[in-house]
Design a protein around this ligand. Sequence first.
Ligand code: GLN
Length: 198
Amino acid sequence: MSAPQIGVLALQGDVREHLAALSAVGADPIPVRRRSELDAVDALLIPGGESTTISLLLRELELTEPLRDRLADGMPAYGSCAGMILLASEILDAGARGRAATALGGIDMAVRRNAFGRQVDSFEGDIDFEGLDEPVHAVFIRAPWVERIGPNVQVLAQAAGHPVAVRQGRVLATSFHPEVTGDRRIHRLFVDIVAGQA
Ligand code: GLN
């Protein structure tokens, strides 16, 4: 079987790092900036960044509805940080009206933006991750957390008493940034999910 073609939404964030991480675990990643590219991929990774800005760019590029439609059709996806926010069905503290972050609805959950507060704007720590033998060194940067999950959502990791990694079917989301640590286990999990092997 040929490697699944995984798109990396390339509007903002660590696009290059995610492309490299996906290649390292055997996927065939390509940057996605336009409709034709989105239509062509088997799955999509949405990097961190600023969810309000990514939402604005999605609107300007007329990608919001196509992306929502592909998620509704069951396209596998992985969102990190801002990507987790976009994959939620509900966003708490979504931002000022008119430029709020858009909930695309890949996972039945409510996610709070910038949930950890100013004092701990950014922090890192080792967290247990369901299905992985060794803890994951998780880097949180103005990260969201999950405040409500639907019945089909599996919690994979928690921090500060809240889910920070979740999965619903073939959609995965983490509050943290696995692309910055060199640990490829989260990207491998996503590729396995895309391939139907996890
Ligand atoms: N705070 C950002 C947002 O609301 C997310 C931060 C990140 O992706 N590192 O989109």
